[in-house]
Design a protein around this ligand. Sequence first.
Ligand code: AGP
Length: 596
Amino acid sequence: MSALVDGLARLEYRGYDSCGIAGLENGKIFLKKRPGKINQLREEIKNHLSDKLLLGILHTRWATHGKPNQANAHPHLDCHHDFAIAHNGIIENYLKLKDELIGAGHKFASETDTEVIVHLIEKFYKGSFEEALIKTVAKLEGSFAVAVISRYHPEKLIGARKGSPLIVGIGKNENFFASDIPALLPFTKKVIYLNDGEIAVLTRNNVNIFSFSAKPLKSRIEKVKLKAEDAQKKGYEHFMLKEINEQPEVLKKTFSLYCKNNKLNFPDLSFRPSYLKNIKKIFITACGTAYHAGYVAKYFLEQYCGVDAEIDTSSEFRYRKLNIKQGDLLITISQSGETADTLAAVREFRRKGGKALSICNVLGSSLVKESDGLIYTLAGPEIGVASTKAYTAQIFSLYLFALYLAGIKKSLTKNQIQATLNELSKIADYQKEILDKCVQVQRIANKFSKLGSFLFLGRGINYPSALEGALKLKEISYIPAEGYPAGEMKHGPIALIDEYRAVVCIAPRDNLYEKMVSNMQEVKARRGNVFGILNYGDKEASLLADEVIHIPHLKNQFLSPLLVAVALQLFAYYAAKHIGCDIDQPRNLAKSVTVE
Ligand code: AGP
């Protein structure tokens, strides 16, 4: 059982405000749960961690319904403690179900939506565990991945999936459920990705899968390519720092996979060139950092491919009245492939007849299953809640796709494509140069982290860089930070400038450089503290900045977000470290937002 707790700890990045464990011991369910992190729970359950305990469910929570306290932590039990459940997702009709169950005499112990599920199982249980679950899931609206144990069936672990990820791990004389692959890696690399509408029944030596209508289904065992150590820190103090430093390797791997002998090829794209050639409009949708990557892509898709490209956050995109025309393409971007709003946006777009290309980092994720075409980012497991290597991998993959599309559309000449590919092949080395400035970045971060709030300014393709730099800083240091198009300064934000505010100015020598210099002058004239992200050898802007990180100058400045990102990731990391924040697991956040 202690190995299971280790497995759970590998999922802590998905949510960590409370945790719990339920197991079968001497014919009874024992339950231990508490607010706080898994290591605190480990202490409390150490005398239950004997290996004679052969069946259990564990959960680490990101609170949706009910604050993070002991009562609301998972697992949850039914009235007579015959069943225990762990759940990921949101049961949208839980209040109605809860009223009905209370009316039928059920006693609830928490404020959660999850608890209605285990009481429904109790209500429907007439001897068959599977049947009780089938009747239960038929009542549920919303999203769920559940694992359930019962003291009536000490040999069985059953689970069901609809809208939230659930993976079966096939071990030697043992089988597992998990929400994500890292938890399984120490035990097995043989997995079955459950699909929506499927139930799995696990015993020590068997796995049976069937649909919510009880139709038996074939097992589809896949081999995971990741290694257990991929999801470890490898000597870095934080996952985030490890992942920032992995970026050059990720880009080299991506380049070598998708560009062989100067020929671009995407094995899982599955869109015919004849379809791609006629694309006139590309919609882009994502959340958070992935949204910023899509925003960068918008600029170069327009620039290179002569298409209209529009971007919106998934939470907005999914509710808009879209004017989708035949042949329009949706590009969705998601590290986890499980972000609820992005999944909903893809489903809605495809329902309306559009085609979706997903840029995703997790094989077997829901988004992968629900897309018409795929480009995998090869970033490996990203454990730090703040997305870093996935971000630059997303942008890099989208650059390569844009050049591929430009070749099909002949919107760029072969020489132009080749010149850009040549420079893309050097980006990893340029990133290394910036990573080598970590001591300088740390000094600047220590100095600036004392300031009360930040404004990040950029123009053109580095406006999204400003948005991303602000998000990185705020989500791990909790310092108020806002990304803004520099041209908007005079329309309001300039009122904020004074000696207590830091202004990060992203000003590579591109066609908007002079405009950025003017913005820096406006900030300096109002005693703002300027941190410049500038090119080597910069004279003019450097004179205006209080602190500068110089980055390599690129012939094609459209590639500069790949370098700016590394400088601002390091800046955010060291600012949060200086303040003493929990960098890999910032408060209130979770790595994958699988609920709306
Ligand atoms: C980024 O640092 C955040 N962790 C968050 O904004 C994240 O990018 C967003 O939730 C999207 O996640 P996804 O890429 O897995 O869809």
